[in-house]
Design a protein around this ligand. Structure first.
Ligand code: HEC
Ligand code: HEC
Ligand code: HEC
Ligand code: HEC
Ligand code: HEC
Ligand code: HEC
Ligand code: HEC
Ligand code: HEC
Ligand code: HEC
Length: 418
């Protein structure tokens, strides 16, 4: 953790100033110093709650001098019950009390500013389905702060051990969203985590370690978790797929989404099982909505043909380069050209979202011509190889003739000796 020294001194000074003022247990204004608390044997609570001590010491709040009685109340100077739990004692906070407790610091910009932390979590939480369930309807099924952050081992999201770290957060959501019994009264399906884990996004995150891939919280929000209204779906996906969104809005499906007739990207891709659509499956995807034989189906057929062709062209170019390598040719130029073709093919996958036939045709032509160029290099190379072989024929003839001549000469000499 990098904190400027001056900042630490300021915090320490403020801590001293408030220490002099009388302060009630679990007061709503804390000023903390970066002094890791040890909660040793002089601290009564941990003489009985040693397990809680271990989990609390591992979290970030203990680094800032927070102690058990700051949240729970009670008397930390006592080593017996009931004195240890002397009033004011909060005991185990309910979910609502927990939200208030966390928010007593985290919703106060004056307390959070010095740490560079936003103070919007409670405000966002109130707007979510979860916050509404707990705070308005008083139902305990949904999460309080501690269901996602743990109550004692609370860590920053960047910490890989944190329940809200990108590799853990989806499983944290799934503790409830995989629970069929809990979700039944709300009519919410419970397949999101399993489906997501096997999707292009899930495999990118979990198998390739790609932190750019979305988790549940990227698409729904963390504190403000809600499903996007259908018309907003392209904006959810467009946080990352910026150029796809742009192309999408340039085409007829963008218009249909703005008119409220289509759920944006979800017309062809699925939200949790997000998948790569293979080029030979394009027309089948379109036929989910456009009847076979109609004018849009013809466009779909042409699009599929173009995409399949571009892929085949690229594959042919790749094989030509392999051939060149096999023959020991210099492939620097061929590889450079291949990269251009590959970039054009990726561009094509992107631009087809607009269904703009002019640009689609142009890109597919470029893939084709670059790829043809590479294939020709391989053809020329293999012709040259034959030329070399053919050129070698007279040399072999000559060598054979020399050998034959020498043999004849030798036998003549031998015979003349005899
Ligand atoms: C002498 C041992 C002892 C001491 C000292 C002690 N506790 Fe406890 N505490 C217990 C036991 C035993 C329980 C579980 C039984 C119960 O609920 O009363 C408990 C329960 C709790 C609970 C859960 C209460 C509930 O209603 O669910 C909290 C929170 C708690 N203690 C916090 C503290 C804090 C904070 C301190 C120090 C200020 C403290 N305890 C001091 C023994 C102790
Ligand atoms: C930042 C506030 C905070 C601090 C500091 C804190 N707790 Fe808690 N504690 C909670 C909350 C909130 C819960 C409610 C349980 C939950 O939400 O999972 C809880 C629950 C508990 C319980 C009951 C849990 C159970 O599973 O039965 C005990 C006992 C307890 N805390 C003891 C302690 C002790 C001992 C310390 C100091 C080492 C401590 N707490 C520090 C917030 C805090
Ligand atoms: C006494 C004030 C106070 C209370 C109460 C409190 N926190 Fe904190 N919290 C802090 C401070 C100070 C930090 C340290 C900021 C830092 O180092 O970045 C912090 C850090 C955090 C962080 C890590 C943020 C980051 O990115 O570094 C999380 C998450 C967090 N708190 C959640 C909670 C939850 C959940 C509760 C309720 C159980 C809670 N806090 C109660 C003061 C408080
Ligand atoms: C549904 C799960 C969930 C709940 C409930 C939740 N959080 Fe978070 N929290 C997250 C995730 C995920 C992050 C990681 C950063 C992000 O995506 O915003 C986070 C980040 C944080 C941070 C780090 C700074 C920031 O805002 O990014 C703090 C502090 C925090 N939460 C406090 C709270 C408090 C206080 C509550 C209760 C009012 C709460 N959280 C409730 C999931 C949750
Ligand atoms: C403690 C359990 C719990 C956790 C953890 C939890 N949820 Fe929920 N979630 C619920 C419940 C219960 C509902 C139903 C609320 C309602 O419909 O009123 C819900 C509703 C939702 C909804 C609204 C669904 C709809 O169709 O209305 C979304 C979206 C959602 N959760 C996303 C998330 C995400 C994302 C996370 C993790 C960052 C998460 N949830 C973590 C319990 C949980
Ligand atoms: C790539 C973005 C994305 C990711 C990742 C994602 N969701 Fe969703 N989720 C959506 C969209 C979009 C919808 C549908 C909204 C609509 O119908 O307009 C949705 C719908 C939901 C719903 C409503 C019921 C349903 O299944 O349709 C819940 C609950 C939900 N998601 C929870 C989760 C959870 C939990 C995770 C993590 C395991 C998650 N989502 C991951 C985008 C995403
Ligand atoms: C947080 C960023 C982010 C968000 C939000 C997001 N994606 Fe992705 N998406 C990615 C990353 C990263 C990949 C993996 C790229 C790779 O491995 O080539 C990916 C991969 C994909 C793929 C597979 C690409 C392929 O052909 O292999 C599709 C399709 C896709 N996303 C569609 C969507 C849709 C639809 C949404 C909204 C429901 C969405 N994405 C939301 C980042 C995001
Ligand atoms: C009309 C159907 C359709 C819609 C709507 C659609 N896509 Fe696609 N998308 C496709 C097809 C088909 C492919 C595969 C093209 C190929 O194989 O060459 C694709 C490929 C992709 C890819 C991988 C290629 C690349 O450029 O990285 C991503 C990412 C993607 N789509 C995201 C989105 C997003 C985000 C939206 C919404 C803004 C969206 N798609 C809307 C049909 C669609
Ligand atoms: C989920 C349903 C859905 C899917 C899947 C779908 N479309 Fe569409 N498409 C629509 C809607 C709705 C419109 C706008 C209303 C209309 O003109 O029919 C539209 C419009 C079009 C138009 C413009 C038609 C016109 O008359 O202006 C074309 C072309 C088109 N789609 C082609 C495709 C292709 C190609 C695919 C596959 C890559 C595809 N669509 C996939 C629903 C869909």
């Amino acid at each position: 953790m990098t904190r400027s020294r001056q900042f630490q001194l300021t915090v320490a000074f403020l801590a001293l100033a408030t220490a002099l003022a009388p302060r009630p247990a679990h007061a709503s204004v804390f000023v903390l110093a970066q002094v890791r608390v040890t909660l040793d044997s002089t601290y009564g609570c941990v003489s009985c709650h040693s397990e809680m001590r271990r989990s609390f010491i591992a979290g970030i709040h203990s680094e800032w001098g927070m102690r058990c009685h700051d949240c729970h109340g009670g008397d930390p100077g006592a080593f017996e019950i009931p004195a240890g739990h002397r009033q004011p004692f909060l005991g185990t906070p309910t979910k609502r009390e927990t939200v208030q407790l966390c928010a007593s610091c985290h919703s106060d910009p004056n307390q959070m500013r010095q740490y560079g932390l936003p103070a919007d979590q409670l405000a966002e939480f109130r707007t979510s389905r979860h916050g509404e369930l707990l705070l308005t309807r008083g139902i305990n099924d949904g999460p309080a702060c501690t269901d996602c952050h743990d109550a004692h081992t609370i860590l920053p999201p960047e910490d890989a051990r944190s329940d809200v770290h990108p590799t853990n957060i989806s499983a944290t959501c799934a503790t409830c969203h995989d629970d069929a019994e809990m979700m039944a009264p709300y009519g919410i399906p419970v397949d999101q985590f399993e489906t997501y884990r096997q999707s292009a996004h899930g495999t990118s995150l979990y198998e390739e370690g790609n932190y750019a891939a979305p988790t549940c919280a990227n698409c729904h929000g963390s504190h403000a978790a809600l499903p996007a209204p259908p018309g907003e779906v392209p904006n959810v996906c467009g946080q990352c797929h910026v150029l796809v969104r742009q192309e999408f809005y340039a085409g007829p499906h963008g218009d249909a989404t703005l008119a409220g007739e289509l759920a944006g990207c979800l017309a062809c891709h699925s939200q949790h099982g997000t998948e790569h659509i293979p080029s030979d499956g394009v027309q089948a995807t379109c036929r989910e909505c456009h009847e076979s034989g109609g004018p849009s189906d013809a466009i779909a057929g042409a699009l599929q043909e173009t995409l399949v062709q571009a892929e085949q062209d690229l594959e042919a170019a790749r094989r030509s380069i392999e051939e060149l390598v096999l023959h020991g040719r210099d492939v620097t130029t061929a590889r450079l050209r291949f990269r251009t073709a590959q970039a054009n093919q990726l561009q094509l996958e992107l631009v087809q979202h607009s269904l703009d036939s002019v640009r689609i045709e142009d890109l597919s032509r470029r893939v084709r011509s670059t790829s043809r160029g590479i294939q020709e290099m391989a053809e020329v190379s293999s012709e040259r190889r034959w030329e070399h072989k053919l050129m070698a024929i007279p040399v072999w003839f000559l060598a054979l003739a020399v050998v034959a001549f020498s043999a004849i000469k030798l036998s003549v000499v031998r015979r003349s000796r005899d």
